[in-house]
Design a protein. Structure first.
Length: 135
């Protein structure tokens, strides 16, 4: 199974955001244990770094965490064709449209996100960490 992990799930784990931490953490652990392939978009990585640097007050600590993420996730590149496709997406939010486009191109089974309503029109089904844990 191939999963594209949305930024909010990763940040829930890294910043231990409640009440979302437990489900997000367990879902990613399950995916890794079951040898599902977990992807992050390269556009998400810049957001993750920025948020971590602000939250931790340290560029070096943020970099260390990103290095650890490279051991868990495959980074899915954003191509210029993805930008063009996302511009014509039915999804309202452009960032979500990029995620959807990468998921379609990468033949992902699911987008793992807390914001499934934002992906209601997505061509790749979006599920919450809690829904994933029940599969």
């Amino acid at each position: 199974m191939k999963l594209l992990i949305d930024t909010n799930v990763v940040m829930d784990i890294l910043l231990k955001r409640e009440p979302f931490f437990k489900d997000s953490y367990q879902a990613v652990c399950k995916a890794i244990q079951e040898k599902h392939i977990c992807y992050l978009s390269t556009s998400a990585v810049t957001d993750i770094f920025y948020i971590l640097r602000k939250a931790l007050g340290s560029k070096e600590e943020a970099r260390k965490i990103l290095y650890r993420l490279t051991e868990l996730f495959i980074f899915a590149d954003v191509l210029s064709s993805d930008v063009l496709t996302a511009l014509s997406s039915e999804l309202v939010d452009f960032e979500d449209a990029i995620v959807e486009t990468i998921a379609v191109r990468g033949k992902m089974n699911y987008i793992l996100t807390r914001n499934t309503k934002d992906f209601a029109q997505s061509k790749v089904k979006a599920i919450t960490p809690g829904e994933y844990l029940k599969k």
